[in-house]
Ligand binder design. Structure first.
Ligand SMILES: Nc1ncnc2c1ncn2[C@@H]1O[C@H](COP(=O)(O)OP(=O)(O)OP(=O)(O)O)[C@@H](O)[C@H]1O
Length: 614
């Protein structure tokens, strides 16, 4: 059982939390001297597997109105040595956080949001080297924010809705995946967040300036910003070169289009003017066409030969207008030539085409997927995209606009600043990607896919290319399914010329949906194991199946998940879902609807456990 000293400390800590000025407060029935915090399951207490030490305290929304005596808590050596989570949000606690917090060295999460805590934060916070998540939001904290840049594993920092002042200290922004300091009194220039966070993270600080806010710092800094454009700084040369080559390449497309237009005008071709009927449209997905007749070739220098050559050889480029599918003001008026003229950065070259990040005049950043030699006819592609444009789900990125000619297809999507799930899982910040975030992402993807499958079954449009690099993370780190239906269009077209009208009962049609279920299963396996789909020639699915057959199930899980004491029971449950999804026989795989339901049950259990489970 737990040491007496720990028990006494916890009870005194609770007394401080629950009462103020002699006023007797909330009592927590289970916390009493005659029992054991672990064996007798004190409310809000989670222990290690042998029930010997207290590892987590979940005291959120208990109605406490006293003070947070971290000095008492962290001065208890055995407790400080085992406590990894202190979560005490949504109470009415006042007073400050004492410097002794630094003695609770094992803390990975410190969550004190939604209280009335005040005063300066102790600089000793920086000594909590294991901290991953720090949530101070919605309190009355003031003064300067301590420098926490030495905590290299910090993933989440919430400090919004306080009264912090002074400048925002430096953080390792590439490791942070959530960051919010909005609605404080911070001032001065925002440190370089390397594009990881949007202005939402900084709003409500009247004296804060610089990117990503639209407020410039001073005339000097405006000059700095401009010189960046004309004079690439030394450090960024590779990215800049990519950007300029993309820029030049897209510029050339405009020239080609203009030349082609001029050549064909005499023939009276009306190919570019075919009106798109928004049939069956119920207002939300209204389709608008813009003209390219005034295409300007005002491009800039800085060219990449190979890109130029490859584009120049495509003389069959047929000019048609960009078809805008969505409403955001910045995109509504978007014209093809604006898109092609805007500075572009090459993000990658996939199997089917290239991807560019494009900064529009309006300041909005979009990505343009350029697909070459897709066997689909221009008309089929158009129909498919319009159909997709009308089926919107918040977890699925729907194309903002597209362009389609026989040889060239362009798709415009919103830029997702936090990269892909692939990058998160296999990149540097992998360690901080904890179990509850992984489960939340699995659940989000399953819901988005289940919706799309249901909506598009009759049209026979599945995702077609589901993998972790096509799962993107929004600025709030929520998963978004990207490129839905794009490659399905490519593949099914190779099998039939008029696949669009495929019957819902067509077995081939069903196979497309079951292929998505398989792809989703592989994503689940990546989330659970943290391993690459293929490494050293070993296939992840085969490896997991063989380990599970040998009944070494525990061996498959990502070590980071084991290290954070994630519930093995729920990991096993999710693994079972994954294994069903990757069943060799497509018919034996569950539908996405069934999958989503199974995952939501696991997620509910997880949520309950965070509060009650011991
Ligand atoms: N809207 C977006 N916002 C931000 N990054 C994106 C966006 N779309 C794609 N990416 C990222 O850009 C990179 C290149 O994407 P691209 O689609 O060209 O390649 P891919 O997904 O690896 O292969 P495929 O061509 O089979 O889809 C990927 O890492 C992807 O995650």
């Amino acid at each position: 059982s737990v040491e007496e000293d720990v028990k006494t400390t916890m009870i005194s800590f609770l007394e401080k939390l629950s009462s103020s000025n002699g006023q007797q407060g909330v009592s927590v029935q289970t916390w009493n001297k005659g029992s054991d915090p672990c064996k007798d399951q004190w409310q809000g207490v989670v222990c290690d597997s042998r029930n010997l030490s207290v590892t987590r305290l979940f005291l959120d929304r208990f109605g406490f109105f006293g003070t947070l005596d971290v000095t008492m808590l962290c001065n208890s050596q055995p407790l400080a040595a085992s406590l990894s989570i202190l979560s005490i949000s949504g109470n009415n606690l006042s007073g400050g956080v004492a410097p002794e917090i630094s003695k609770c060295k094992q803390l990975t999460r410190l969550i004190v949001s939604g209280n009335k805590l005040s005063g300066n934060l102790p600089t000793s916070l920086a000594m909590l080297g294991n901290l991953k998540r720090l949530d101070l939001s919605s309190n009355e904290f003031s003064g300067e924010f301590p420098d926490l840049s030495s905590i290299s594993g910090l993933n989440v920092l919430y400090a919004q809705n306080n009264h912090f002042n002074g400048s925002i200290p430096l953080f390792d922004f590439s490791n942070l995946y959530r960051f919010n300091v909005s609605f404080n009194n911070f001032s001065g220039r925002i440190p370089d967040v390397q594009g990881y966070f949007s202005q939402d993270s900084f709003l409500g600080n009247p004296e804060l300036c610089g990117k990503p806010l639209t407020r410039n710092c001073s005339s000097q800094s405006i000059k700095d910003d401009n010189s960046e454009v004309s004079n690439p700084p030394k450090g960024a040369s590779k990215d800049q070169i990519l950007m300029y080559s993309g820029y030049a390449a897209l510029g050339l497309v405009i020239i080609l289009i203009v030349v082609y237009k001029l050549c064909t005008r005499k023939k009276g071709s009306t190919e570019g003017v075919n009106k798109v009927a928004a049939s069956g449209d119920h207002g939300s997905g209204s389709i608008e066409k813009t003209s390219i007749s005034n295409a300007s070739s005002g491009n800039k220098s800085g060219t990449s030969r190979s890109e130029l050559n490859s584009m120049a050889s495509e003389s069959g480029l047929v000019s048609q207008s960009l078809i805008v599918l969505t409403q955001p003001a910045e995109v509504n008026e978007l014209r093809l030539e604006d898109l092609l003229r805007a500075p572009a950065e090459l993000l990658g070259r996939g199997k089917y085409g290239s991807l560019y990040k494009v900064m529009l005049d309006s300041g909005k950043t979009v990505v343009v997927k350029r697909i070459k030699d897709l066997a689909t006819s221009s008309l089929d592609f158009k129909r498919k995209m319009e159909t997709l444009g009308r089926r919107k789900h918040p977890f699925v990125l729907s194309p903002l606009a597209f362009y389609s000619s026989r040889q060239e297809k362009l798709l415009v999507y919103e830029f997702q600043e936090n990269g892909s799930l692939f990058k998160l899982l296999h990149g540097e910040s992998r360690k901080g990607f904890d179990w509850s975030s992984r489960l939340a992402i699995a659940s989000t993807i399953s819901e988005g896919l289940a919706f799309m499958h249901q909506e598009l079954r009759d049209e026979g449009i599945a995702h077609g290319n589901l993998k972790s690099s096509n799962i993107l993370l929004s600025h709030t780190m929520e998963a978004r399914i990207s490129e839905y239906g794009v490659m399905a269009a490519a593949m099914d077209d190779q099998q039939s010329s008029s696949s669009f009208a495929a019957s819902p009962h067509d077995p081939r049609n069903n196979a497309l949906f079951k292929a998505d279920v398989y792809g989703f299963g592989v994503i689940l396996l990546e989330l659970l194991t943290g391993k690459l789909v293929k490494s050293d020639g070993v296939d992840l699915t085969e490896w997991v199946k063989s380990v599970v057959r040998e009944e070494w199930t525990g061996e498959v899980f990502d070590r980071c998940l084991i290290a954070e004491y994630a519930s093995e029971e729920r990991m096993v449950n999710l693994l079972q879902v994954a294994i069903k999804c990757v069943h060799r026989s497509p018919e034996a795989r569950p539908s996405m609807n069934q999958v989503a339901l199974m995952i939501s049950t696991i997620k509910e259990e997880e949520e309950k456990s965070l509060i009650y489970e011991v």
